[in-house]
Design a protein around this ligand. Structure first.
Ligand code: PEP
Ligand code: MN
Length: 279
């Protein structure tokens, strides 16, 4: 990747990869206007940098909730017009680029699509930031080559996301490979974030894995949070609530301070409701 400059990447009106730390939080799936609005408000007030929310879901079982798709556009637009957070959502098919490009600030490529080279090429033709999740079975080098498919098209706004891999260990949903995160930060120019939620699959473990990710040099986190976690339409076991998110932000803040880093909110010039998060 030496010929591409992926060192800092735009995240809404801010940058990620400049040493500070960006938290992207939100529900696994966009479920309703009310759920999305509550999530956006609370995520903004927590001091996070961006809002996540799946419109199309890649579910293991075909009978599971597949996402609201395009029908959510009107209320998603309405919420985002009032709450100034960059919106991150997963794209699963290159043909969806056309309708998603207006509404999404950051495209997420999920673990199942890291090898979908037509999708990666299509995203390389856009100027939007792409979060490229590691396939659950991918070698680090395959993951880097997947990023190169995007960069080749001229789009170097790429964020790698470690979300856990499959190993012999089955107690947790996946095995979080923090070694890969430390390696990528030391040996490549990539911006790297960690998704603790899919890595562990259990809400109680989201905080320790998040702190560990910050400690080992990650540029940020992608976390699932929900107004009523147990009632979430997807990934209900791993979603945290907003009180837990706020408590995590405070702990992250202390840890980052010891590293000479800080949390990057979506709008650095706006005085956050919780001032102590951004000293
Ligand atoms: C998600 O972020 O909701 C998701 C489906 O993630 P992954 O592709 O890592 O399983
Ligand atoms: Mn999920």
């Amino acid at each position: 990747m030496s010929s591409y400059n992926c060192r800092t990447v735009k995240l809404g009106r801010c940058e990620i990869g400049n040493g500070d730390f960006s938290v992207i939080a939100g529900p696994c799936s966009v479920e309703s206007a009310e759920q999305f609005e509550i999530a956006a408000k609370r995520v903004f007030n927590s001091g996070a940098a961006a809002l996540r929310g799946g419109l199309k879901k890649m579910r293991t079982k075909p009978d599971s909730f597949q996402g609201l798709g395009r029908s959510a556009i009107p209320f998603v637009k309405d919420t985002l017009s009032r709450i100034p957070l960059p919106f991150v959502s997963e794209i699963t098919d290159p043909r969806d680029c056309e309708w998603m490009i207006d509404i999404v600030d950051v495209f997420q490529v999920g673990t199942r699509n890291m090898y979908n080279y037509d999708l990666l090429r299509e995203l390389g033709r856009t100027k939007k930031t792409v979060i490229l999740k590691r396939a659950f079975s991918a070698f680090v080098d395959e993951w880097i080559h997947a990023a190169e498919y995007i960069a080749r098209g001229g789009n170097t706004n790429i964020i790698l996301c470690e979300r856990g891999i499959r190993t012999f260990e089955t107690r947790l949903r996946n095995t979080l490979d923090l070694g890969a995160v430390a390696y990528l930060k030391q040996s490549t120019d990539f911006v790297v974030i960690v998704d603790p939620s899919h890595a562990c699959g259990q809400r109680e473990l989201v905080e320790p894995l998040s702190l560990a990710a910050a400690a080992c040099g990650a540029d940020g986190l992608l976390i699932e949070v929900h107004p009523t976690p147990k009632l979430a339409f997807s990934d209900s076991e791993q979603a945290i609530d907003f009180t837990e998110l706020e408590s995590l932000m405070q702990k992250l803040n202390l840890l980052l301070k010891s590293q000479g880093r800080k949390l990057m909110p979506a709008q650095p010039e706006v005085i956050p409701l919780r001032k102590e998060l951004h000293p």
